[in-house]
Design a protein. Structure first.
Length: 72
């Protein structure tokens, strides 16, 4: 056994430390994914609202242009 060899106890302690770090990463990733999902939902809603606004505006503008040119 060389001086670089680890005992089972040391290996188990290292694995416990690694598991704790992975758990922290998992918790943070879950939080981040939740925030990203919320932002994506809000973005989709905003795109829908803009689409509706653009459609209504184009319809109104088309009607106005049609009435203006109908008088010529």
């Amino acid at each position: 056994m060389t001086k670089d060899d680890f005992s089972n106890r040391e290996i188990n302690l290292m694995f416990e430390h690694i598991k704790e770090q992975l758990l922290k990463i998992e918790v943070q990733t879950t939080r981040t994914n939740g925030r990203v999902s919320k932002l994506e939902t809000e973005q989709a809603g905003m795109i829908g609202k803009i689409s509706i606004l653009a459609t209504v505006s184009a319809t109104i503008l088309g009607t106005i242009v049609q009435k203006v040119f109908a008088n010529f």
